[in-house]
Ligand binder design. Sequence first.
Ligand SMILES: *Cc1c(COP(=O)(O)O)cnc(C)c1O
Length: 603
Amino acid sequence: MSPDAPVATATAAPAFVAAIGPYLPRTHIAYFSMEIALEPRMHTYAGGLGVLAGDTARAAADLELPMVFVTLMSRQGYLRQSFDAQGNQFESADPWVPEAFVHPLRAKVAVLIECREVWVRPWLYRLHGRLGQPVPVLLLDTDLPENSPEDRAITSELYGGDASYRLRQEIVLGIAGVRVLHALGFEITTYHLNEGHAALLGLELLRRYPLPADTVGAGELGFDAGPVRRSCVFTTHTPVDAGHDRFAYDLYERLLPGYVDSGQVRLLAGPDALNLTRLALNLAGFVNGVAVRHAEVTTRLFPGYDVRAVTNGVYLPDWVHPAFATLFHRCSNCWVHDPETLARFDQLPDGDVWQAHAQARGDLVAFVADRTGVALDTQLPIIGFARRMTAYKRPMLLFTDTLRLRAIHAKAPFQVVMAGKAHPHDEAGKQLVRQLHALSRELAPQIRLVFLPDYDLAAARALVAGCDLWLNTPLPPLEASGTSGMKAAANGVLNLSVLDGWWVEGCIDGVTGWSLGEEHDDGAASRKLYDCLEQVVLPLYHRNRAGWIGMMKQSVSKLASYFNAHRMMRRYAAEAYLQHRGSAIRTATDQPAGRSPPPVRAA
Ligand SMILES: *Cc1c(COP(=O)(O)O)cnc(C)c1O
């Protein structure tokens, strides 16, 4: 069909059949993600997006959903973080050892990039949940002797390099990813795009559906988008405009000459730049945001599309401390499959809940001592704040007025643990890391503030279980969902958060945690935070322990029973995967008044 049609060398060798054969007949949904957190020692993730993809895969395995997962090998990982005495962040590569976890498959495909054949080999990881069958995860690798040194590095660094490097990675993920599935013999009917990074797969699918030659009034596309829309599900993850990948058409034409004509791509991906979010919106029949608020914000950002909400959830068996898992078994011995049964958690005795929490906190104190050498006080409440270090997350909000913070601490003491990596190109984020190091020196010895380096799965597990209070102060409406707060909630760690993302749905103020409202102004938001800590949160902890434990129990019963990955995947299965999908593009008649018309006519 085209000069760069897939060249596959899948063989029927016994090892190959044994590796992939069992998955073929029972798999018809492919989930594409630039990053997936599979195990702590596999550095194929950077942060929340990858952790969510991993939780998605584990729930899919438990529920025996007919899915295969596709991602990049990322041999050099994302980054390891270290600091000098001034808190300057240093980044180094974070390689891992694929051979210890994944098996190369005897199949490879080529994709033409800049008129060179780039060969791509999939490696297989078998992901086991707690129940059911394992699901296959394919990690795409260009580090093959037949490729040029430059092309061998395409699947090496997660979110590394420049725009050209990123687009090459997205060509491998989206275009080669579809070809690998075909070469292996998967018959895929549904493609789930986890964020826009994989959106080029839509173009690859479009090329498989050329319009019949005699079509009348077929529109400008020259392809039949209907079958593609029926097969694509798109989950968008960021309401920050800069978070959407955009590439100059010059670059597209240079890397993919003669692929899909850039005039046609412009109709789908925007006139000025190749916007992968727009491309995915136009080619998916089901589009969703990751929380109710986020779906509303996305609709405002991209008017004319029907954006549903499937609120994120976390894979509880991996996120709850073993002591809490033991308590969960007392609610129900099938809580992994039926997390709704955790609604009964509020019936457990206070003493048992507090004791389980003390164990989790002890483990966090040991973890912090091990990574930093700092000894936390086992008697004082721990406030945790761990997220990507970037301006809109506002990590400095708690420290806006250090005099007031000291006064609050003098009456009701606490300690703070923070963690988070700044992206190497995010100068403002790195500046925040420096400021937090300076603050930690300034506030000592009265207020203990520890910055834990290298926020990763292991650190997250210790933090979300062992803190007492989980603080989140992003600038609304920029938090799409947030999942760390769900992990904390499931461990009885109370959330104190700006009303944004998932917390709009999760917060019952004074019952499941506390709301900091939706203040935009940093001054007003920090005053609200201080008032809340001083008048409500810390007095409850220090003077009414039974009241605090009562809220811990409500947090688990009301939040863990809902914000879990099993509920999320049952919703994707029922609403996005099984349903007949139409077009996410609204037709002129059902468009709310005042919205601009859709950029592409529904086919
Ligand atoms: C859960 C998690 C995240 C995402 O948490 P947010 O609340 O969205 O910031 C990021 N990194 C790691 C390591 C996580 O475990």
